[in-house]
Design a protein around this ligand. Structure first.
Ligand SMILES: Cc1cc2nc3c(=O)[nH]c(=O)nc-3n(C[C@H](O)[C@H](O)[C@H](O)COP(=O)(O)OP(=O)(O)OC[C@H]3O[C@@H](n4cnc5c(N)ncnc54)[C@H](O)[C@@H]3O)c2cc1C
Length: 79
């Protein structure tokens, strides 16, 4: 049983999945992703209300992002 569908819970579920181990994820709120939350009310911009930066030493996060076919954007200096 994985408690919480934030990054930690989803990463745990992903690891169990890769090992072929059965699991259930229980989530208290009505959505997954926990603190990860994008505000898309303005169609011209996406405002990230939670995490958005991935440091170079976050190798497991980088692996998951690449495996999910997401694209890294380079942080512009001064922003
Ligand atoms: C404004 C902000 C900006 C940030 N920016 C960055 C960044 O740029 N880069 C970075 O690496 N990190 C960043 N962080 C930190 C990052 O968001 C967290 O480290 C990460 O999202 C935590 O994930 P988590 O799964 O541990 O917890 P959470 O995202 O909090 O997920 C926990 C989940 O468990 C659920 N839950 C809790 N209790 C129960 C229960 N009893 N039963 C069932 N479900 C339950 C919750 O509803 C939630 O969905 C930022 C955080 C904030 C707030």
């Amino acid at each position: 049983m994985v408690v919480g569908a934030g990054l930690a819970g989803l990463a745990a579920a992903n690891a169990l999945d890769r090992e072929g181990i059965g699991y259930k994820v229980i989530e208290a709120s009505n959505r997954s992703s926990g603190k990860v939350l994008s505000d898309r009310q303005n169609s011209n911009y996406v405002f990230e209300l939670g995490p958005q930066f991935v440091n170079k030493d976050m190798t497991e996060m980088a692996r998951l992002i690449k495996a999910s076919n997401f694209t890294f954007l380079t942080r512009l200096s001064g922003i």
